[in-house]
Design a protein around this ligand. Sequence first.
Ligand code: GLU
Length: 473
Amino acid sequence: MSTNQKTKTIRTRFAPSPTGYLHLGGARTALYSWAFARHHSGQFILRVEDTDVERSTPQAVQAIMDGMHWLNLDYDEGPFFQMQRMDRYRAMIAKLLEQGDAYLCYCTQDELNQMREKQRENGQRIRYDGTWRPEPGKVLPSPPAGVKPVVRFKNPLSGVVSWDDLVKGPIAINNEELDDLIIARQDGTPTYNFCVVVDDWEMKITHVIRGDDHINNTPRQINILKALGGEQPQYGHIPMILGPDGEKLSKRHGAVSVIQYHEEGFLPEAMINYLARLGWSHGDDELFTREQLVGWFDGSNLSRSAAQFDPEKLKWVNAHYMKQHPKDQLLDDLKERLGKAGIEHANGPALADVLDVVLERASTLVQLRDEAALFYREPLVNADELQTMLNEAGVSAALTDFHGALNGVEWTVEGLNALVKTTIKNHNLKMPKLAMPLRIMLTGITQTPSIDKVMALLGKATVQARIARGLGL
Ligand code: GLU
């Protein structure tokens, strides 16, 4: 960071195009920009880049804001909408035209196509050939009648554009590689690269953190900014997120929007922690709070290589946060999810007790709901599956004994655990031989919390009735 920037308030922005949901990549970009601003006690700005009117929708704007709200990425200014800033862009285009840093180009689409064709044939690089670019001593063609011009930026012909990327390190591009970009279309509307420059400049953005799919735009944006007289911000281009299969993360990989992770039972803290690690590290730390992230996120240790999305790790992180989460909030969430699934929990074991037991194993709030639901509905028993288990030597007799002994047992986890152990010992069975059919009879499934805890919660009458039914007693 230059000394100049040390004294300046750090200002970052998240600038999504509202053409879809807030997906994981976007959420991570927002998170990094937010965390960087917060680390430096700076400001974080939300800017909606809605100039693609065909593809932008109010629903997408709402989805982006919902996603940021869920993740608690608060912004200090905005949302600004580019469509409401057209006057600013027009004024800046006029300024560039006036100072000779932009010019009108009357090339028709046909002419541009021919130009490209010829360049292709001659093995030249495809670029605008500068037909309408004014140069000292050059005589320009006279404007053809009936053709509306576009405005092109007069990119410098020589020299180098360079920046020290926060993520990728020093980058330098020869101006010869860049041609004269269209900054206003025939209908006068400004183009994406131009709006970004005007906004970043006028919104006093000091650090542009964005996906590396924008890296080719950066030298062009820097040149335009220089022509406008703006100061170059620092750029950080973060590599994309890959799916578990190594391909670019997409809808194919499941969740499309961060809000979907809420529906799937992930906590925002877990999402923040997981996303932060997807392209950044702090030593070997895998689990850290939002406050720690802000404390550490100074722009260093950003990864240069693409990160791979790992759903199992996300679940592991989520399980951690679920165990840390305030019990009453988990309980509220559980009630809501059970309610939505139409599961009545009033006539069963206390939900708070059930929560204690299922929380040990669950890694999402949905899993929590599904396991809790086992205590509030009649099990759907697969009779064939159960019969196969009961047919194994000694199992039926052991379960009949077990059932008989339930009357006299002390109805606690410990009491039930002792009875299970005595029964398998007496019948010379391994634990699963007894526990599996018990699980099926009591819950309908084989993956449950430990069977003594399940029985303790279900209560004596229910347990006795279900085992009797399972054994056909
Ligand atoms: N609106 C652009 C996008 O959603 C981001 C532009 C930027 O960050 O500079 O990809």
